[in-house]
Design a binder for this molecule. Structure first.
Ligand code: GLA
Length: 644
């Protein structure tokens, strides 16, 4: 007369386990983090989801008891033991996770604070909680003397006979702990951004495992797996399917980058009526340390980024270079015989400057169509201009079919910026843009252009690049003033000592000579000499894997740029100070010319999301507008691809 509540309950359990678990976490991850759910709410949801794993069965058995009571008049709640144990075990785990485990972590933070993206935290927490739940079942069953119910065995076929050989609860618990631990290792080792989503890994691996167990059981009971899906088999199938759906969504999002390329090709075709034949690109850059020393002959330590200037290009007949810029209306045309005439262009003057200086050196500039898709944010201090110049230089040389030396292209690009665009910059940006190497920083001596690659290996840490988004104004004129000040310092020092450049002075030599200087000139020179010293120390620290020391040097560099060189400003100071206050951050400083633009911070890989959220929110509260954080990686400087 009544439906079989036990079966309904088992299915409810399946749905709670699989759909409830995976999609609730997916929801919290996508919507919760975007909307800035508090940590407490995230914790609450995690508890709710883990509890849901046990609740389906808990209520199903309660219904069953109620139903039996209606029929027989006797109330016996059998499932209570089993599933009560399960929920109890999971609860014990959560208490451990939230309040105890952190005490044993190196940085004394509860594990979830280290992985503030709930789906990542859950990828570890859920299998662990599940494992504890299994132990809870075992324990509760033993206490009630119902060992047979909980200690029922996983059958194995031995000598053609089915033998109940393995205690299934214990076996499951061990498997789940191992899975949780393996996911934890992946979570800590692979940085956010490079990581594939871990929660579906749990769903798929556990689903497959569950299915195998259920298959073995069904086989033992003489059931055909396909003909009759037991609730547990259903759980397994739904888990695998949910994990697969998650992976597909993730993959489709990733593919958008590839789509970006298709869009650029279409824009080229629309603008110029033909397909591009080449894709040339040069990188934006960060500078690990060594700021405002390149034009003083010092050593700098930049690295090329995945944020780049991409040029889709095609050689044409004639003498016109046609340029289209993504997001800007209209084609800019340059006549290759009048390249000196474009200095005042709002857009296209960098391209004209590079063409002009290449031509002056004897490189033929051929007619061509160029479509620019620059992903280095403009005015960010990540050197969009150098990326544009270097990529343009590569495009012109490649299309003209002339051999080129990358260092030379960097020098030509710098010349274009100095003499054509009128910005008196040093060589660092163009050099990094042309010569950067994947996963390495370039230790460059700006007096001799001798360079060396040093692996940028930060162990458990990574670099986070943040833009303070201060509106830019007068940066170039202030930059040029700093150059004049250090030139004054050098002139004064040369009155008593023969030196090639300020960077050639050791800290000791400078301290003996600084009586010759005063006021801002003394402060500027002091920054240069000490910053050069810090570069050497930083390289030693990095090579020795001493990331804490590297972080300390970054902080010192920032303080010196703030107090002695005076190129920071409230926004950069706030952004780097907020970063420094974070437990996961070893050091933070402004990079580039300053007065606006970006900071870099050394942050624990596993804590990057929380770092970004907290620093971002606090910055907004203090400054009134938002900072931007970029997902960066260290890449090669120049790349050349043929598209047909
Ligand atoms: C700008 C310049 C570089 C360098 C930095 C400061 O990025 O283009 O040459 O001087 O500022 O280190």
């Amino acid at each position: 007369m009544f439906p079989d509540f036990q079966v309904i309950g088992m299915n409810l359990y399946s749905i709670c386990m699989a759909l409830g678990l995976t999609f609730a976490l997916l929801f919290v991850d996508r919507v919760g983090v975007k909307r800035g759910f508090s940590l407490a709410l995230q914790r609450g949801l995690l508890v709710a989801v883990v509890a849901a794993m046990g609740c389906g069965l808990f209520f199903a058995t309660l219904f069953q008891a109620f139903y039996n009571w209606l029929e027989t008049g006797v109330f016996v709640w059998q499932g209570m033991t089993f599933y009560g144990g399960f929920v109890g075990g999971a609860a014990v785990f959560l208490l451990l996770w939230f309040f105890v485990l952190g005490r044993f972590c190196k940085d004394k933070k509860e594990p979830i604070k280290q992985f503030p993206v709930i789906a990542d935290a859950a990828a570890v927490a859920v299998p662990m909680a599940h494992g504890f739940g299994r132990l809870g079942c075992l324990f509760a069953g033993c206490c009630h003397g119902r060992i047979a119910d909980v200690w029922y065995a996983l059958p194995m076929r031995i000598d053609g006979e089915w033998v109940k050989a393995v205690p299934v609860q214990l076996f499951e618990a061990i498997f789940l702990f191992a899975l949780g631990a393996a996911l934890w290792v992946l979570l800590v080792k692979i940085p956010q951004g490079k990581r594939f989503p871990l929660l579906p890994v749990y769903a798929v691996v556990y689903g497959v495992w569950r299915f195998c167990i259920e298959y073995a059981r069904a086989d033992e009971r003489g059931e055909t797996v396909v003909a009759f899906l037991t609730p547990s088999q259903l759980t397994a199938v739904v888990l695998v399917a949910a994990g697969a759906v998650y992976f597909i969504i993730w993959y489709l999002r990733k593919r958008r980058t590839i789509m970006g390329r298709t869009e650029a090709v279409q824009a080229f075709e629309q603008g110029f009526g033909a397909k591009p034949t080449h894709l040339f690109s040069a990188a934006g850059r960060i500078n690990v340390i060594g700021e405002h020393v390149d034009y003083c002959g010092g050593q700098v330590f930049p690295a090329a980024l995945n944020l780049r200037c991409n040029i889709y290009a095609k050689k044409t007949e004639g003498n016109t270079v046609r340029i289209l810029l993504k997001g800007i209306e209209g084609i800019i045309e340059l006549d290759v015989n009048r390249l000196n005439d474009y200095r005042d262009l709002k857009y296209g003057n960098y391209q004209a400057g590079v063409a002009y200086h290449l031509q002056k050196e004897g490189t033929p500039i051929v007619g061509c169509d160029l479509y620019y898709d620059c992903t280095v944010p403009f005015g960010s201090g990540l050197s969009s201009s150098a990326a544009i110049e270097v990529a343009t230089a590569v495009a012109f040389c490649e299309l003209a079919g002339v051999a080129y030396d990358k260092v030379h292209l960097a020098v030509i690009s710098q010349r274009a910026e100095n003499e054509y665009a009128g910005v008196n910059c040093g060589i660092m940006d163009q050099f990094a843009s042309a010569m950067g190497k994947k996963d390495h920083a370039v230790l460059l001596n700006c007096s001799t252009l001798a360079y060396e690659y040093v692996p940028l290996e930060l162990g458990e840490y990574c670099l986070v690049v943040a833009n303070c988004n201060k509106p830019h104004n007068l940066v170039e004129s202030k930059y040029n003033v700093r150059r004049q000040e250090v030139e004054t310092a050098l002139r004064e020092i040369r009155k008593v000592k023969e030196v090639d450049c300020l960077a050639a002075l050791s800290v000791e030599e400078f301290n003996e000579l600084k009586y010759l200087l005063s006021g801002v000139v003394e402060k500027r020179a002091e920054h240069v000499v000490y910053e050069c010293d810090r570069v050497k120390k930083a390289v030693v620290a990095l090579r020795a894997g001493d990331i804490e020391e590297l972080g300390r040097l970054l902080n010192e560099s920032h303080y010196s740029l703030r107090d002695l060189y005076e190129v920071t400003g409230k926004e950069l100071d706030t952004l780097s100070e907020l970063a420094r206050r974070e437990w996961a951050c070893l050091g933070s400083r402004m990079i580039g010319a300053g007065f606006g633009g970006c900071t870099i911070s050394i942050v624990k890989k596993s804590a990057v999301d929380g770092f970004i959220k907290r620093v971002g929110d606090a910055y907004y509260t203090t400054i009134g507008y938002r900072a931007s954080f970029y997902q960066t990686s260290i890449e090669d400087g120049i790349t050349v691809e043929t598209l047909v």
